[in-house]
Structure formats: C-alpha cells, structure tokens
Design a protein around this ligand. Structure first.
Ligand code: 8YV
Length: 327
C-alpha cells in the first residue's frame, strides 16, 4: 500500500506514466486522479523519462505494450504497474517482485469476448463469410451463379491449448456446436473431466487428433514458439489454427511457410509478431483471417477493463487492497 495518506488522491495526484492510449472515459478518470505522462505518444520519450522518471510512481499500460525493462529501470520510485489486459508477459514480473512493485491486470471481465472472437473467427473461416460477402458485393452472385461450398462447423474436433479461463470459455462454446473437445495444458483440469474434455499431454499428438487448434494460453518464455513446425505439420493441410493468445506462442516463420505451402490449411489470427506492423507476407495469403488484436475490443468489455485498471490504481493510492493483483 502507498505510504502517503495525509491528503486525498485527487489533491495529491501521483505521477503516472501512460504506456498505452485509452478511450476518453478512462483518460478522464485517470486525469482526475493522476498527473499523466503519455509515453506512448511522446515525441521524445527519453526526455520525458529524464524529466519525470524520479517522480513517477505509477504506470498504466496494456497487455501488449507492457513495460520494457529499460524503462522500468529508469523509474526508481515506481510502486505499481496497472495492466489494461489479462496478459502480463510484457512486464518483467520477477523484477517487479524483486523491487516490491505491485502489478495488477484485468482478468475475467474480458473472458467471454475473447472466447467469442475465437469462435467467430473459426466460424467465419469454415463458412468463408468474408469471401462470400465479397461474392455478393461484387455482383458475382448474379453473374457467376452459386458460391463454392464451404465447410461445416458442427462436429469439427476442437483442440484447446491452455485451459485457463479463456480456454474453458472456448471449450464451452465448442460444446454447444457438438464439437468433440480435447486439450493440452500443464496439468489435467477437473472442469475438463467433469465435461468430458479429453486431456492430451503432448501438443503434437493433440494437433494430429483435431481439426481446429485454439491457442488460449499465456505468452512469455515458458510458451515461446510452443507451436512449432512439428505442431503445424501435425495439424496438417486440412487443419486450422486460431490464435487469440500471443504471437510469441507460434513460430511465425514456420507458420507463414506452412500457409504458403498449404501444408497447414488455414490460420485465423488476432495477434502477430511486431504488431501492428505485421509481416507483409500474411497479406498475400488467401488461407488466413487477420484481425487487429481486438479480441477484448468491445465497448462493454473495454469499459469493464478500464474501470478495473483505474479502480486498482485508485485503491492502491488510497491504501485499499488491490482488486486484481498479479503480484
Ligand atoms: C489487450 C490483451 O490488452 O488482455 C490482454 O492480454 O492482450 C488485450 O486485451 C488489449 O488489446 C488492450 O490493448
């Protein structure tokens, strides 16, 4: 908890480094409680840090932006990092723990939307929604006749990699489409046994046995390139990869090559290496569905995420317990 208790937070206004842009409703709340230093839009971030680094006690960031270690090192009085997102792989958690810096995230509130987008992408891909709309829009329906047949969703075998909150939400949705479900995770989960979801302790084996592989695991060193060439080959020419986790979980060069060679059937992706500057090779492929990392990007969910992030920051500087601490 913050040691400063004498004045109210709105009077005191701690200095906050903002690593990411937020909707106006969140910025207004942050502005009324903190002196904001927008790093994400600064023309000279080095100068900003040189001038205010010592004063900054809070950081607000997103799952993707996190807090680079070299910036963290320049904030000697940092007390809390609040993440607008569930993933905390872009923050050095061990270093935060070592320095006694609190870290919060926004779990639960985004689970349903992320699972919904994973399903939406899978369904759009099997039913070729994007191509079919183009067919109608460009007048080909009237000129060329029937659209090529697409593929059924019902009954496709789903593999889930990482059966946390989001993985479970995807599994439940797949169940409603009569899709047999198997999963790969660090350990077997009771919720899976209760629902008849099969545990496979080998990712290549899981990829071999399913039609569509959903990536819903956390990013970071432990899961880096867990989906490698072998996994992609096992998923195969009729297989589909859906990624709503982190790009780092997939060997992207291997993915691009497999899609180009059609040794992997299809990929529906919400996350990319170096996003938003994705590899231009993706744009040349006809067997991909590309989304701008917006699985949690609905008004409802982003409002809930923003509120939770702000509530964590305000709680901390009001000497109240954190709502959703990571550490
Ligand atoms: C982003 C995410 O935080 O929850 C996460 O970990 O990656 C996302 O929800 C969101 O895109 C805001 O930048």
């Amino acid at each position: 908890m913050s040691l400063v208790t004498q004045t109210t937070l709105t009077e005191r206004k701690p200095h906050l480094l903002q690593m990411s842009q937020y909707p106006s409703w969140d910025t207004q709340v942050l502005e009324s409680h903190f002196v904001l230093h927008p790093y994400y839009s600064s023309s000279s971030p080095e100068q900003l840090i040189a001038e205010y680094g010592e004063k900054i006690t809070a950081v607000a960031t997103s799952g993707g932006a996190g807090l680079p270690k070299h910036v963290m090192d320049l904030l000697p009085n940092l007390e809390i990092i609040a993440i607008y997102g569930v993933g905390y792989d872009a923050v050095d958690i061990k270093e935060a723990q070592r320095r006694g810096i609190h870290v919060t995230n926004t779990p639960d509130v985004l689970t349903d939307d992320v699972a919904d987008l994973a399903m939406t992408m899978m369904m759009a891909a099997y039913r070729d929604i994007v191509g079919a709309q183009e067919f109608v829009r460009t007048g080909q329906w009237a000129n060329k006749g029937k659209y090529p047949l697409t593929r059924s969703i019902t009954g496709k075998r789903a593999g889930i990699v990482g059966l946390g909150r989001i993985g479970q939400a995807v599994a439940k949705r797949c169940q409603a489409f009569n899709m047999p479900i198997a999963y790969y995770s660090r350990c077997e989960k009771d919720v899976a046994s209760e629902n008849g979801w099969g545990y496979i302790d080998n990712l290549v084996e899981l990829a071999k046995q399913v039609d569509v592989l959903f990536l819903t695991l956390t990013g970071g060193a432990d899961t880096h390139h867990i989906v490698d060439q072998t996994v992609l080959d096992a998923l195969g020419k009729d297989g589909m990869l859906v990624n709503v986790s982190r790009a780092s979980t997939v060997d992207e060069s291997a993915l691009l090559q497999s899609l180009t060679d059609k040794t992997l059937g299809y990929a529906a992706l919400d996350v990319f290496e170096n996003e938003p500057h994705l590899n231009a090779k993706f744009l040349e492929l006809d067997n991909v569905l590309l989304q701008p990392h917006h699985a949690s990007g609905t008004v409802e969910t982003r409002k809930a995420m923003g509120k939770l992030m702000c509530d964590n920051l305000i709680a901390y500087f009001s000497n109240k317990p954190l709502l959703t601490p990571v550490v």
